[in-house]
Design a protein around this ligand. Structure first.
Ligand code: UFG
Length: 331
């Protein structure tokens, strides 16, 4: 028999891929999403979508009172690193308080399993690569700090209330569901792969490469791109892992690719050049971020299906070329 899950931010990029994975395996899902960033069309019609603001404690409590959830998966958050440095208090206030409102409502309703969408931004400028779960946490953005505060709040909720949580620190989520039904549609879009694809398609301006003087083989930043379907699978495995208590996992493919390698991949897959210019570094970008996901693999048996960059870019290209306006629900 399937479970019943609450997914906040389930109409967003990673959230909607997790909703699809849960529905595909026969679980019942309720989504909370205020649709500021999320898309109605990203949620399967069979899934109830409750469009409320998480800051409204009473309405959140009402959702928990109306259903008996086996677990909550919490994605809804502000997630733009650059924006967080222009408005740090908003990021800290919104991300911390909304997350803890959800956790509090979960505890009060007797739902004691919580999966948090966390981030590699916790690690700031890491001392060692690959980054495992023993690495120092030292965020260099208010976004990273806000997620760290949530992780710490969840630790206390475990100690005091027995709320088991899995904090999943994603590296660079990328790609689209292989069915072609859902994919990435942010506004504003700040991520490398959709911007490079949009430049190749001619639907976005030429890409600016942020920095060519990093201490990397080709001078551009190296990141660990992990397919969103593999991320979704990690969430399902984390739910099972919670039977053994709270946990934290870094999630990436374990291989880094430079900005230039990503552009080369987009050119290979699309057969089109990526128009671009070379620009200065973007503030706050570490040279290299690559995850060690050894703990996730050992403890849950997770292994990425889309390990190769070209496989990730191929699904992203398929989504963007079939949906040049994304879900098509913006004015
Ligand atoms: N980049 C460019 N030009 C662009 C956009 C990005 O050169 O127009 C470069 C960036 O400098 C970076 C790489 O492409 O080196 C990837 O950038 P993204 O913006 O796609 O992703 P980030 O690595 O900056 O951020 C991701 C997540 C964040 C998370 C962070 C963790 O999107 O939510 O990883 O460090 F916080």
């Amino acid at each position: 028999m399937g479970g019943r899950y609450l997914v906040t931010g389930g109409a967003g990029y990673v959230g909607s891929h997790v909703v699809k994975a849960l529905v595909d395996r026969g679980d019942e899902v309720v989504v909370i999403d205020d649709l500021r960033q999320g898309h109605r069309a990203a949620v399967p019609p069979s899934v109830e979508l409750v469009s409320i603001n998480l800051a409204d404690r009473r309405q959140v409590a009402d959702v928990f009172a109306g259903w008996k959830f086996d677990a909550v998966l919490h994605f809804a958050a502000l997630s733009l690193v650059g924006e967080s440095m222009r408005d740090p208090l908003r990021y800290c206030i919104d991300n911390l308080s909304n997350s803890l409102i959800v956790a509090d409502a979960a505890v009060k309703s007797g739902c004691l399993r919580f999966v948090l969408s966390s981030t590699a931004a916790l690690f700031g400028f890491p001392k060692r690569i690959p980054i495992d779960e023993t690495a120092d946490v030292a965020p260099v953005s208010a976004y990273g700090e806000s997620k760290l505060m949530v992780e710490r709040g969840l630790d206390w909720a475990d100690q005091v209330h027995g709320l088991r949580s899995a904090s999943l620190r994603y590296f660079n989520a990328a790609g689209a569901d292989p069915s072609g039904q859902i994919g990435e549609d942010h506004d504003p879009e700040t991520h490398l792969i959709p911007l490079a694809i949009g430049a190749a398609m001619g639907t976005r301006p030429p890409l600016t490469v942020f920095g060519t003087d990093y201490p990397t083989p080709d001078g551009t930043c190296i990141r660990d791109y992990v397919h969103v379907t593999d991320l979704a699978d990690a969430h399902l495995r984390a739910l099972t892992r919670l039977d053994r208590g709270s946990c934290r996992f870094n999630i990436g493919n374990g291989t880094g690719y430079s900005v230039k390698q990503v552009m080369d991949s987009v050119e290979r897959i699309s057969g089109k050049p990526v128009p671009h210019s070379l620009g200065p570094r973007r503030a706050g970008d570490p040279a290299v971020l690559v995850a060690s996901s050894a703990r996730l693999r050992e403890e849950t048996g997770w292994s990425p299906r889309f390990g190769a960059l070209d496989d990730i870019v191929r699904t992203a290209w398929a989504w963007h070329s079939a949906h040049p306006k994304g879900f098509g629900d913006r004015g």
